[in-house]
Design a protein around this ligand. Structure first.
Ligand code: F6P
Length: 309
């Protein structure tokens, strides 16, 4: 997010615009927490996780009154266009706000979940995957040393993109994702077969999987395997996936999206997200980003199955 903010601020200044930063997202728009930003305001942040502008899930922006207050505050600062960095919730709000008050808004895809249509990757995803992968590599050492079956729960809300990439990169035996129906009997059967060749297993569970979270899935599988000699463990990686220094790939993506958002506003885009598809900048209407589903690649799931033998 910081690399994106930096790109927005500096591109806007480069293009001769005045730029303001809103603290805590839509909450700050409602409360008038809006400050002029300069080139030096975004110095020394490209490498930092989190966001210098802070973030919030605003309930008040969901109300008509809240959006009205936000509009009045923007008007008071003569703000003519917005760049909104976020995911589904951010763009749902931005779409509504544009429809009601006509303030042009271009979005940047900011979520670790990678679940936005209109961009191959979202800002934060690559960093989250690499953080989770580092943890999985470390857990694997214990799994191997103690012949254990580890269930590792990763984030992603209703999407399995983090789980799939961690699964491939971390050499998991299974990956459970919300996009496909999880067949626990099949998992148990394979685990029993694998036991002939492998003494330990890594199973990556997306937090939103239809069979349950990491703990629930582990319990169900454990009961079905019914073998007291087997040691089952669960690790929930949680919020470590949302912080830390961003990877090079994320910094480049964030910088490109931030610059493209400002250019998009200048070029007349009004309710679009600036994403990157096949290496090129693409502006996709918010309605599509929110309404259309980015599919999990079937090839990736097959790859995990083939490589787990
Ligand atoms: O949407 C991003 C995300 O990190 C999800 O992967 C996760 O389910 C959720 O946010 C966690 O939200 P919070 O930090 O509010 O608990």
């Amino acid at each position: 997010m910081n690399a994106c903010i930096r790109a927005v601020v500096r591109t806007a200044i480069y293009k001769g615009l005045e730029v303001y930063g809103v603290q805590h997202g839509y909450e700050g728009m409602i409360n008038g927490d809006i400050k002029r930003m300069y080139s030096h305001s975004v110095s020394n942040i490209v490498q930092r996780g989190g966001t210098i502008l802070k973030s919030a899930r605003s309930m008040e922006f969901k109300t008509h009154e809240g959006r009205k207050k936000a509009y009045e505050n923007l008007k008071a600062h003569n703000i003519e266009g917005l760049v909104a960095i976020g995911g589904d919730g951010t763009f749902t709000g931005a779409k509504l706000f544009f429809e009601e008050y006509g303030i042009p808004t271009v979005g940047c895809p900011g979520t670790i979940d990678n679940d936005l249509y209109g961009t191959d990757y979202t800002i934060g995803f690559d960093t989250a995957v690499n953080t989770a992968l580092e943890a999985i590599d470390k857990i694997r050492d214990t799994a191997a040393a103690h012949d254990r079956i580890f269930f590792i729960e990763v984030m992603g809300r209703d999407a399995g993109f983090i789980a799939v990439e961690c699964g491939i990169g971390g050499g998991a035996e299974f990956v459970m994702v919300p996009e496909t129906k999880t067949d626990l009997d099949a998992v148990v059967k394979s685990l029993k077969n694998l036991r002939k060749t492998k003494s330990s297993s890594i199973i990556v569970v997306a937090e939103g999987d239809d069979a349950g979270n990491g703990q629930t899935v582990m319990q169900k599988v454990k009961e079905k395997v019914d073998d007291p000699t087997k040691d089952f463990k669960v690790t929930t990686l949680g919020h470590i996936q949302r912080g830390g220094n961003p990877t090079a790939r994320d910094r480049v993506l964030a910088s490109r999206c931030g610059m493209s958002a400002v250019e998009g506003l200048i070029n007349g885009y009004t309710y679009h997200m600036a994403g990157i598809v096949n290496q090129n900048v693409l502006y996709t209407p918010f309605a599509d980003c929110i309404g259309k589903t980015k599919p999990i690649l079937e090839d990736h799931l097959k790859l995990i199955e083939i490589l787990s033998i």
